[in-house]
Structures are given as structure tokens and as C-alpha cells.
Design a protein around this ligand. Sequence first.
Ligand SMILES: Nc1ncnc2c1ncn2[C@@H]1O[C@H](COP(=O)(O)OP(=O)(O)OP(=O)(O)O)[C@@H](O)[C@H]1O
Ligand SMILES: [Mg+2]
Length: 317
Amino acid sequence: MKARSSAHGQTPVGRNLELPSYLEQSDAVRDRFRRLKQRPVVLEVESLGKTFDSAQGTVTALRDISFKTHRREFVCVIGPSGCGKSTLIRILAGLESATSGRVLLDGKAVHGPGPDRGMVFQGYTLFPWLTVKKNVMFGLEMAGRGKLAAEEEAMQWIDLVGLGKFARSYPHQLSGGMKQRVAIARALANQPRILLMDEPFGALDAQTRARMQAYLMEIWANIDITILFITHDLDEAIFLADRILVLKAHPGEVSELIEVPVAQPRKPEQLLTPEFLATRKRLEALIHHPEKEPGLNGDHLNMVRMVSVNDEVESVF
Ligand SMILES: Nc1ncnc2c1ncn2[C@@H]1O[C@H](COP(=O)(O)OP(=O)(O)OP(=O)(O)O)[C@@H](O)[C@H]1O
Ligand SMILES: [Mg+2]
């Protein structure tokens, strides 16, 4: 028997739910993926590998990573800490070079950074001495726009992220969510082909994060942009993504590329649908129960004694 949503769109709590397979797609979702795959490929990653040499020896951060993203697709990347997510996005941005394999953007090999790729990181990377407007104008002026044209274009992007009233504010006068909206406006102002986002909402509280997700979905729906978005948060990945690239660690390899079976456009109520829960269950299995991680003593972390040997320590449970 399949789990059924209640009249309020919620899954009944407290029953032993039998979820559908996350591979099962409704006709609408299957049709959407069929159309999505007919769109041109924007980003192609071919057998990408990356090793780092350090005093401790050679670390294989990424091994044989291959995938494609189509125009206006939203791909999330998840995986355990240290599996190479940031290394991957830095290579795509041209900030790091690959040891093997290659990256193609619109069919052309990527070498070094370029305005065709916009980046948004977790840390706030705005220039603190420039106003919101000047921060967004910066890249436009660097690209050769005159001051007036840069100002006009910058204001369009600032309005798009809903911060028109704050154009003259400085970053320290903004909340964390507002700063990230400016960072998104600044990245989009160069009209990149792809937006590369490394845990952009990771430092925000849950409510602001949910609002930022809704903003990003709205922006994505309204402009021609392909997004690659790294997150630790499984719900965030399912809520945002068309497909989720799951990586495993040591070395970082593709574990699975999941087609999210939840219909678009997404709404918060969908977090409780059987499709959403089935995808979450699959991601949990891939992320939280992989084969034993090296460095751990069995299933337990080694405990550091913080009391003297003779102290009686009560259990916390
Ligand atoms: N500059 C570097 N020199 C040596 N090793 C590095 C370097 N950068 C990354 N690594 C190693 O590569 C691996 C992948 O690191 P990376 O930061 O890409 O992981 P991540 O998936 O982004 O982790 P997190 O989820 O914690 O952000 C790790 O083992 C890390 O120690
Ligand atoms: Mg990282």
C-alpha cells in the first residue's frame, strides 16, 4: 500500500508508512525530465580527478567525476564532509586546476576563472567598504561598462533580489540573508551561464534559510540560469534540485545522480509528500550509512577524558 496525503497535504503521522520508490516518477515529472534532457548541455564534467600532495602524503580528493547539467537545470551536490564538494566547485570556477579530466562550458574547455561562471560562497564575500550598489556595480565596471550603464544594470539586479531600498547601505548594515541576496545579485549581474553556489545558506538560521530558498527558486524561475548548489542539508537539496549529485568520501566519487521525483514548482508543503520522504530516505541511506569511514574507531569516536581518572562521571542518557 502507498502512503497517502491527508486532506491538508500532510502525510499521516504515527503509521507505519510504506513509501514509494524514489525512482518512481509521476507522468508530469517524467515528462519534465524528458524535456529537460532535450535542452542543450551547459556544463559537462568528464572524468575529473584531483589529488593534493601534503606532508601526510597524497590525498585523492576527487576521482573519476563525470556528469552533465542542462540549460536552466538546478543540480544540488551533497556528500559527507571532506568528500570534495568544495574542491569540485572550485575547479568548475577555475580557482583550482584538476589533476585529470576536463570541464566544458557550452562545449568549450574551461581554463581559469571567467565571467561565464558566477560564484556565491557561504562566507559573506562583499566588499565591506562599498555600498550594496557599488558592490554589484564592481564586476560590471571591471567588464568595461560605463558608470551610468553599470549603475542602471546593478539596480535592476538589486531590485530583483528585493533590496532596492538598501542600495546605499553598507554590508554591515544588512542581515546575513540580505548580504547573501546582494552576493547573488552581484554574481548574476555578470550574466553568467552558470551560478556555482557553495553552501550559500549554511550560516543562516532556519527561517531565513527557508526564505532564501524561496527567493532563489523565484529568481531561477524568472531568468535563464543554470545552478549548481552545494549543501549539507538533505531537505534543502530535495526542495531545490531537479537532480542531486551524491558524492561519497575517501576518495570523492559519484555515488548516485538522483532525479528528484517531486513535482515543480516546489512548495514547502511538499516536504511531507511520499515522494519527498522517499527521496530523503534514499539520501539518508547514501550519506549517513556509507561503508565504515576511515579514522573512526569502529562506530565510535575516541573520547577525550576531560575529568581526572578518579572522578565519577554520570551518563547523560
Ligand atoms: N589545498 C588543499 N591541500 C591539501 N588537501 C586539501 C586541500 N583542499 C582540500 N583538501 C582535501 O581534499 C578533501 C576534500 O576537501 P573539500 O574541502 O573539497 O571537501 P568538502 O566536501 O567541501 O567538505 P565540507 O563538507 O566539510 O565542506 C579533503 O580530504 C581535504 O582535506
Ligand atoms: Mg566544502
